[in-house]
Design a protein around this ligand. Structure first.
Ligand SMILES: [Ca+2]
Length: 190
């Protein structure tokens, strides 16, 4: 747990006068509007997420159903989440299940969401250039590689196409397709 008061002073470097310093500190601690203003600048303060983002473990997640290319989606995440934010990087089955549930709840109009994996020369990498350790490619995927250098998670629920459901991943072209518009899921540090 970070030192809460130390962090607050960092963002609000009031000088503590000898006469009213204690009262001022009490006011800051109890003033939620000040806290909210602070969070506009910094999404991390004691592990909170920015407004509209969902917390899971030490990270914050944002969804959108807007129709974008993979690269537009990546820019959107960076714009909304600040330094270190990107299309979601998934590192465990537990996190994959969280992202699937979040997408189904918040982006139910889409049957898939962009995730952060991208093909680069010889392999798929996350946005931080790490090689995926945990993977949940759908059976037969990835099948496009350089032809399908971006990736999505299938979020639809259908028993007819079980590989296009249940949180499986697929490589696909990076543009907006006439069929199968992608939503997106961003991830940022909390
Ligand atoms: Ca594919």
């Amino acid at each position: 747990m970070p030192n809460y008061r130390m962090e607050f002073r960092h963002f609000f470097p009031f000088s503590r006068s000898s006469s009213n310093g204690f009262d001022q500190e009490k006011r800051i601690e109890s003033d939620n509007s000040v806290l909210k203003t602070n969070m506009d600048f910094e999404y991390t303060l004691g592990g909170y997420c920015r407004y509209g983002w969902e917390k899971f473990d030490s990270f914050c997640y944002l969804t959108s159903s807007r129709s974008m290319t993979w690269h537009q989606a990546q820019q959107y995440c960076r714009r909304m989440g600040g330094v270190g934010a990107a299309l979601v990087k998934i590192t465990s089955e537990r996190e994959n299940e969280f992202v699937l549930a979040l997408a189904r709840k918040k982006v139910s109009s889409r049957r898939s969401v962009w995730i952060g994996l991208m093909w680069n020369s010889a392999a798929f990498y996350w946005s931080d250039y790490s090689v995926p350790a945990y993977k949940l490619w759908a059976p037969g995927e990835p099948n496009g590689k350089a032809r399908e250098p971006c990736s999505n998670m299938w979020t639809g629920q259908t028993s007819m196409l079980p590989t296009r459901a249940s949180g499986y991943w697929n490589d696909r072209p990076c543009g907006v397709l006439a069929h199968g518009h992608c939503g997106l899921v961003c991830k940022a540090l909390s």
